[in-house]
Design a protein around this ligand. Structure first.
Ligand code: ADP
Ligand code: MG
Length: 254
C-alpha cells in the first residue's frame, strides 16, 4: 500500500485553478520530487496535504485514512512531518534546546515538565544533532547559526517527530548550489536509513535528477508527468513547459 494517495485533488482561489484534479501516490521509503514552474500549484498542493489549506474536492489518503481538511496538528499526529517551519521561539533557545523541545512535543510531554527538566531527552537530541552534523553546536544560541546550519537543525527537529512522510516545500530556498546538493544528500541519507517517505520541491534540476527516485510535474495546476528521472528528463511535454520544444535540462539556470 502506498503511504500517501492523492486522488482528484482540487483547489481554486477565485478564478484561479491552483490545483486541478491532481492524482498521484507515494510509496513507502520513496524520495519523490514535485517540480513545475512558479505558480504551478506546488505549494498549494503541499498546504492541502499538511492541513494549512482545505481542498475544494478530492481525497488525501495517508496510510489509508483520508486526512483531507483535518487541522495541521491532527495531520502532524498521524505521522506527516514537514520542514522547514521554525518556531517563533527558535532563536531564543540554544540549538539542543530546540531539538529537545521537538522530542518533548513528540512524546506528548508538557512544556511545564520541560522547565523542570532541562536534561530531558538530551542524549537523543545530541544523537540527532550528530546525524545532521551539528553536535558541536549543541549549546550555542540558535540565533548565531548560519543559514545552512539552521536548515540542518530544522531537519533534526523534523526527524525528532519520527514522521513516516516528510514534506519539504523548497527546503533549499536561498542556498548556494553546493549547499543545496549537500542538504538534499543529507536528507536522503537520513530518510533512507529510517524508511521515511519524502515529497519535496526543488528548483535545481541537477539536484532533482541526482536524488529523486521519481519525479512528478505540475503545470498550471495540472499533473502533466509522473515517472523516473530519466523519463522526465526526456519527456517532451515537460521540456515544452520549461523551455520550449527541443531543449534539454542541461545548463538550466536555477
Ligand atoms: P507554486 O508553489 O508552484 O509556485 P502556488 O501553489 O504557490 O504555486 O500557486 C498556484 C497558483 O495559485 C498561483 O496562480 C498563485 O498565484 C495562486 N495562489 C496561491 N495561493 C493563493 C492564495 N492564498 N490566494 C490567491 N491565490 C493564490
Ligand atoms: Mg511554491
Amino acid at each position: 500500500m502506498s503511504v500517501l494517495a492523492i486522488r482528484s485533488l482540487s483547489k481554486a482561489f477565485g478564478g484561479v485553478r491552483a490545483v486541478n484534479d491532481v492524482t498521484f501516490e507515494i510509496e513507502r521509503g520513496e524520495f519523490l520530487a514535485m517540480i513545475g514552474p512558479n505558480g504551478a500549484g506546488k505549494s498549494t498542493c503541499f498546504n492541502m496535504i499538511n492541513g494549512q489549506l482545505k481542498p475544494d474536492s478530492g481525497q488525501i489518503l495517508f496510510e489509508g485514512s483520508d486526512i483531507a481538511g483535518l487541522e495541521p496538528r491532527a495531520i502532524w499526529r498521524f505521522g506527516v512531518g514537514r520542514t522547514f517551519q521554525v518556531a517563533a521561539t527558535f532563536s531564543s533557545m540554544t540549538v539542543i534546546e530546540n531539538v529537545q523541545m521537538a522530542l518533548i512535543s513528540h512524546a506528548g510531554e508538557t512544556y511545564e515538565l520541560w522547565r523542570a527538566a532541562a536534561e530531558l531527552h538530551r542524549d537523543r537530541a545530541l544523537d540527532l544533532l550528530s546525524q545532521v552534523g551539528m553536535r558541536e553546536a549543541a549549546d550555542r544560541p540558535s540565533r548565531e547559526l548560519a543559514y545552512g546550519d539552521i536548515k540542518r537543525i530544522e531537519l533534526a527537529i523534523a526527524l525528532a517527530n519520527q514522521p513516516r512522510l516528510l514534506l519539504m516545500d523548497e527546503p533549499t530556498a536561498g542556498m548556494a548550489p553546493r549547499e543545496r546538493n549537500d542538504l538534499i544528500a543529507l536528507v536522503k541519507q537520513l530518510v533512507v536509513e529510517r524508511g521515511t517517505s519524502v515529497l519535496f520541491t526543488e528548483h535545481s534540476m541537477d539536484v532533482v535528477f541526482a536524488f529523486a527516485d521519481r519525479v512528478i510535474v505540475l503545470a498550471r495546476g495540472r499533473l502533466i508527468a509522473d515517472g523516473d528521472p530519466a523519463a522526465i528528463r526526456n519527456n517532451v511535454q515537460v521540456r515544452e513547459v520549461y523551455f520550449g520544444t527541443g531543449k534539454t535540462f542541461a545548463g538550466v539556470p536555477q
